[in-house]
Design a protein around this ligand. Sequence first.
Ligand SMILES: Cc1cc2nc3c(=O)[nH]c(=O)nc-3n(C[C@H](O)[C@H](O)[C@H](O)COP(=O)(O)OP(=O)(O)OC[C@H]3O[C@@H](n4cnc5c(N)ncnc54)[C@H](O)[C@@H]3O)c2cc1C
Length: 402
Amino acid sequence: MTKRILVAGSGFAGMWAAISAARAVAIAGREQDIEVTIVSPSANLTVRPRLYEAVLENMNPDIAPLLEAVDVRHVAGLVQTIDAGAHRIEVERVDGTRTRLPYDKFVLATGSRLFQPPVPGLPEYSFNVDQLASARALDAHLKSLADRPETVARNTVVVAGGGFTGIETAAEMPERLRAVLGSAAAVRVIVVEQASHIGPDLGPTPRPVIEEALAECGVETITGAAVAAISADGVVLSSGERIATNTVVWTAGARANPLAAQIEGEHDRFGRVVGDAFLRAGAVEDVFVTGDVVRAATDDLGNVTAMSCQHAMSLGRVAGHNAAAELVGLPLHPYSQPKYVTCLDLGPWGALFTEGWDRQVRLTRETGKAVKREINTQWIYPPAADRNAAFAIANPDHVIVP
Ligand SMILES: Cc1cc2nc3c(=O)[nH]c(=O)nc-3n(C[C@H](O)[C@H](O)[C@H](O)COP(=O)(O)OP(=O)(O)OC[C@H]3O[C@@H](n4cnc5c(N)ncnc54)[C@H](O)[C@@H]3O)c2cc1C
């Protein structure tokens, strides 16, 4: 009887999980009786790490030919419920019909979404760069500012949150605004960060470089205050300060996709399932968790995965391989990713490339930017629709870092 590996999500983790599972099935010569299927809204991979960029081109590559080349099926829909006891999921297909799909192994790879706390005005008046549709909405809004009369609010962008995404979004913004409003416009871009420093999760080592770069890009920062209320023409900060603006970009962190809450067992404060060394969800049988929905140890030193593309791509390969390996009797592969780098885009200043969890500065300005360009245009993109080439880099040992 045919056995089924179901992967929910076609992002970085889901795509690599499916290819890696198909590779293990092929190694075992079991293509005839094991099917690998991805369920996601469409057979595309959204390149979320680039959604802060000014030009939103090639952000959603079609992976249907790749999936076909590696014998992975695709069902267009959203997983609604996971019934781990019955080994099946319920899916709402894009045409609105519902279907139940049984599985022998299930891989949850549905990613994360922007954390939106109950700040008054946040849903109605803020923009974000979390998903392609919202990044496009921000882009359309910025372009529409040119049709408005000149005011301080029109010329000002507030970026709420001074973490990785907030910094990258803000650094691009002065040039992006001037491209719309004209080079003579008195534009203001202000990052508001509630911690006492910009980039609180990036640690103290790279901070002077980030502060220098933001200042050079013409970005102001306000720290130690949070955006407390948002309206069509301004924000009020927790300090009581009011800033006139028609554009608020909300970037304050991410939470695991809500489906993670349906998996029994321990979760972390971001809603991620705590995975074991093989990325199994410890409390339920035959369920693997990967990408932004899993919290996993990256080494023996206490470091854990970040919600990052860098980790998602490796986590995906390992989870997909292990899901298939359990079915076909291949050895399981423990997840480990001791090398950690970051590459922070800092707009016209360049980019900051760091190594290690303490983020030692290795490359800055144009040399850093060259690495960022390579990451953003090559390394994170899907491989060509070539079975052998895809399988060659789908093994669970393969790590893409500079
Ligand atoms: C602006 C921005 C900048 C970033 N910059 C960086 C960076 O510089 N470096 C870095 O490493 N990371 C960066 N990240 C983080 C990175 O994008 C994520 O960590 C990565 O996308 C996680 O991959 P994933 O496959 O787990 O999830 P995702 O890429 O989010 O993919 C999730 C998939 O699941 C699908 N899905 C969702 N719900 C369902 C459902 N119910 N049923 C079926 N399918 C579903 C989605 O359609 C999608 O296909 C950035 C993110 C953003 C938003």
